[in-house]
Design a protein around this ligand. Structure first.
Ligand code: ZN
Length: 214
């Protein structure tokens, strides 16, 4: 077999940067998109600090949006118990991290969840997991609050559910108005938490939010 010989005039055929196709150092959609963003803001995507950034961000978004792929039935699987308990159950100060769907910037804070069982309770560790399932998506805080409340309502059919979420939004803190410490508070009250003022007050007092306006 004769050795492979390349005419110097044809060297250019082997040069990536002269192909019609843009150079693809990215191996999936997110990586390629991040690369495009970096180039668009005038960055040099080949400099050492940025070389692996598209890849890192692609992995990061998989993690931060993992809530889309959680199967709710599996999440609460084996964790619902028949118990004749009908006093308020509260899990407070659940830390969460989410991404606002308008800017894809983080918002974070604490969620407080309460419910009054009607014969069925859910394992305590599941409530933070439920919050996380809805937080790890592109969200708006109001919607996330409602989704958590409705999910518990559907799963347990309790007498009532209350959810209060506090959030610090980086899109508000970093941009424009720069209200650095302004927290947004949202709530969703279902069943007896909605109908019954004293139930609601008991919940709000327990989560240290007795001054929440209604
Ligand atoms: Zn935002």
């Amino acid at each position: 077999m004769p050795p492979l010989t390349v005419d110097p005039a044809d060297f250019d055929a082997f040069r990536d940067d002269l192909r019609d196709m843009p150079e693809q150092d990215c191996s999936n959609d997110i990586e390629c998109a991040v690369r495009t963003i970096l180039e668009s803001i005038g960055e040099d995507v080949t400099r050492p600090g940025l070389r692996r950034t598209p890849e890192r961000i692609a992995r990061m978004y998989q993690e931060l949006t993992a809530g889309y792929h959680v199967e709710p039935a599996k999440l609460i699987n084996d964790a619902i118990f028949e118990v004749p308990y009908d006093e308020m159950v509260i899990v407070r100060d659940i830390d969460y991290y989410s991404l606002c769907e308008h800017h894809m910037l983080p918002f974070m804070g604490r969620a407080h969840v309460g419910y009054i069982p009607d014969g069925r309770v859910i394992g305590l560790s599941k409530i933070p997991r439920i919050v996380e399932m809805f937080a790890r998506r592109l969200q708006i805080q109001e919607q996330m609050t409602q989704q958590i409340a409705r999910f518990i309502q559907e799963a347990l059919h309790p007498q009532g559910v209350g959810v209060v979420v506090e959030g610090l939004h980086l899109c508000a803190a970093m941009r424009g108005v720069k209200k650095n410490n302004a927290r947004m508070v949202t709530s969703a009250m279902l069943g007896s938490f909605k109908r019954n003022q004293s139930t609601r007050s008991e919940f709000l007092e327990n989560i240290g939010r007795s001054h929440l306006d209604w």
